[in-house]
Design a protein around this ligand. Sequence first.
Ligand SMILES: [Ca+2]
Ligand SMILES: [Ca+2]
Length: 385
Amino acid sequence: MHPFLLASLSALALVACNSSNESVASGNSAAPAPAAQNGRPFAVQPVADFDEPWAMTFLPDGRLLITEKKGQLKLMGADGNIGAVTGTPEVAYGGQGGLGDVVLHPDFANNARIYLSWVEAGEGGKGAVVGRGTLVLDNQGGGRIDNLEVIWRQEPKVSGNGHFSHRIAFSPDGYLFITSGERQKFDPAQDLNQNLGKVVRLTDAGGVPGDNPFYDQGRIKSQIWSYGHRNLLGIAFAPDGKLWTHEMGPAGGDEFNLIEKGSNYGYPIVSNGNHYDGRDIPDHATRPEFNAPEVTWNPVISPAGLIIYTGAMFPAWKGNAFIGGLSGKALVRVAIDGTRAREAERWDMGARIREVEQGPDGAILLLEDGGQESEGRLLRLTPAS
Ligand SMILES: [Ca+2]
Ligand SMILES: [Ca+2]
């Protein structure tokens, strides 16, 4: 990493804040951290403001890529300047859909490969896709994506603008995992001939690994890693290699799940929540053959964004999951012990939280959702003094 970029991330927030007249503590990077607010163990510094931001990921040099739902990809430099990355796809913006996640190939430093998810329109309605291309950076704080190609699609495309999910994560051994929501259509989550309501596992080029649980059982079915899911807006691997996701359940049924190969998570047959119109959905306990959540939320938090923390800035929280809440307007800390998990703390953030990321220096970064009375700010959390 360039030493200037490495050293300047903490200063970045202050530079950007001063230039945008945000009301935050002032000073330079050597000054003590601002005092905690509302009894929280961290200080919150607004860094920048985006238009309906959806996801973010750090480049190896410490710069930050941010997607905006309407289709823009932004690059924020260590000096706080925000540039544009061109070559992004045309997206079907509307409802929950638009430009979605952005992640880097595990070997990005050598191959510059970048992965995006977005929603496209086509025969039958809409569906999420994942594409990969090459990120080419310029010397003016921006860049472009070359050779963007779609490597995976939700099938079939259906009507509506909800539950695309389309979150992406690479496993420690280099496989591409994609969350695929059930598009508010319920039954597809149990249909192994559709890839809606699933977690899928692919090679980095979009192929099907030979050790997938349903390999050789049909083109769609062979992609599936786990099923019986609803709307998964967070996916992350823990340091021990275990895969965790959360999903928005129906009324009173949000879940945090340990994802296991070939496993059925039961939706819409079981849920600890119920339909919005009050009709009962049998709870997980009634059908032990389905994989039950490690944590459920009632009332719901509408989880969005997920990291499992590995940084040095908050050493007590290593191995904990951090989850944003949309309706919950909160940041939730979940303690993980092997295969078990429990909600440990929840902090009111006063805004819908869409995305969580860990900075190179161990700070925790949040994106507000934008819209519905939330701004689209990037927030930087550091230990309270
Ligand atoms: Ca991210
Ligand atoms: Ca129930």
